[in-house]
Design a protein around this ligand. Structure first.
Ligand code: GLA
Length: 386
């Protein structure tokens, strides 16, 4: 069902605005964004759509198929708990947009539809944030989306702020940046410190896959926050011995080795992952420019091994899936994608690759569970569609 007819069925009137935002794949650069590094991602052809209509009442009504209905007074927009927690993404965006000066004088109705599986590693949360941001700006400040205070970069920053402060997840700006700046036929090179988003052509003859293990660590968000803290701690310790260092992603593997004594326990492994992963992203850009897909694939797989051994954010299920993929004719490389601690693996293959059923079969034999398989094409970033 289209977003507009879903909206009409629920609320009995038509929406003023419909905005659409894609999911994203993290191609390489694991946990580099909040360390000021470079990350390659891609917006993909599964979408969240947000339909919205202003009204004169004091309430905000939010609906999403399969989730609890949420209704809050415009003047008391606060984080929700339990089954209503899904609404923290649109409510958080509303909150930060108002803080940034968007005048929202009365309430509105909002309905969400999606072809983007939630929790499958494609960042449906960032897609929901950006689609909501675009719909709200188009509805309450027509013509301002993409311009001035509410240009694409502003929406990226605001959506990240909503996630950091309202949802309570200390993410970087990779997901929001790729969802906003994606283009069909291109990857997005995110420079997290400079906040720039540069298109990088997708070479001919490759296919992207997302394979969801459906298995997640129970404490994904707190493990993510723990890695975030460890990286900050490693940076502080390295700054004491490397004057002028501003971001962990700038440290070289040689510096990490030289100052190993300053990095107790896990901090050494975290810093080493970040330093080497940053080198892999740069090497990947060169390999892409040279059209060397075998080299790109080797870098992706090396990234997975580093996440597994040094950043320790992989699960045995993700490791088995990567093992089932790598080395198969037609597979360039595979790695966990996104925050980790379970969830999805991405694979880069030839377009002719037809071995995914065999991969799923081997995984089922070894792990005793199924996987969800999605083949993705690159797609446009967030936009208004009606
Ligand atoms: C999640 C976060 C991103 C990024 C990745 C790991 O997707 O939302 O900001 O940190 O994990 O690279």
């Amino acid at each position: 069902m289209s977003a507009a007819s879903f909206f009409e069925d629920l609320f009995g009137h038509v929406p003023n605005v419909v905005a659409e935002a894609p999911g994203r794949v993290e191609v390489i650069g694991n946990h580099l964004d909040y360390n000021g590094g470079l990350v390659l991602g891609a917006a993909v052809d599964r979408h969240v759509r947000v339909a919205l209509r202003r009204h004169d009442g004091p309430r905000v009504r939010l609906r999403s198929a399969g989730f609890e209905a949420v209704e809050v007074p415009l003047e008391a927009v606060r984080p929700q708990a339990g089954a209503a927690a899904w609404a923290n993404y649109p409510l958080g965006v509303l909150h930060v947009l108002r803080e940034a000066g968007l005048a929202v004088p009365a309430g509105f109705d909002l309905a969400v539809t999606s072809t983007l599986p939630a929790g499958a590693g494609l960042s449906s949360s960032a897609a929901l944030e950006l689609a909501t941001a675009m719909a709200l700006v188009e509805a309450f400040a027509p013509g301002c989306a993409g311009r001035s205070r509410f240009d694409r970069l502003a929406l990226v920053r605001l959506a990240r702020r909503a996630e950091n402060t309202f949802v309570g997840m200390p993410c970087g700006l990779l997901d929001q940046g790729v969802v906003a700046f994606g283009q069909a036929g291109y990857l997005v090179l995110v420079d997290a410190r400079r906040e720039t988003f540069t298109p990088v052509p997708v070479p001919d003859g490759v296919a992207f896959w997302i394979l969801d293990t459906r298995h997640k660590h129970a404490l994904v968000d707190s493990r993510y926050a723990e890695r975030h803290r460890e990286c900050r701690d490693a940076l502080k310790r390295l700054q004491a011995v490397c004057p002028g260092l501003t971001d962990l992603a700038d440290v070289t593997p040689e510096q990490v080795e030289r100052h190993r004594d300053a990095l107790p326990g896990a901090l050494y492994r975290r810093a080493r992952h970040v330093a080497e992963e940053q080198q892999r992203v740069r090497a990947c850009l060169q390999a892409l420019a040279a059209g060397d897909l075998d080299a790109v694939g080797r870098l992706l797989t090396a990234s997975h091994h580093s996440s597994r051994d040094l950043f320790e954010n992989s699960t045995p299920e993700q490791d088995r899936l990567v093992e089932a993929l790598v080395g198969r004719p037609g597979v360039y490389g595979a790695r966990l994608t996104g925050g980790g601690f379970g969830g999805a693996v991405m694979a880069l293959t030839t377009t002719a690759f037809d071995g995914m059923a065999a991969v799923a079969e081997r995984y089922r034999r070894e792990v005793g569970a199924g996987i969800d398989v999605l083949r993705c094409e690159t797609a446009e970033g967030v936009r208004r569609i009606a």
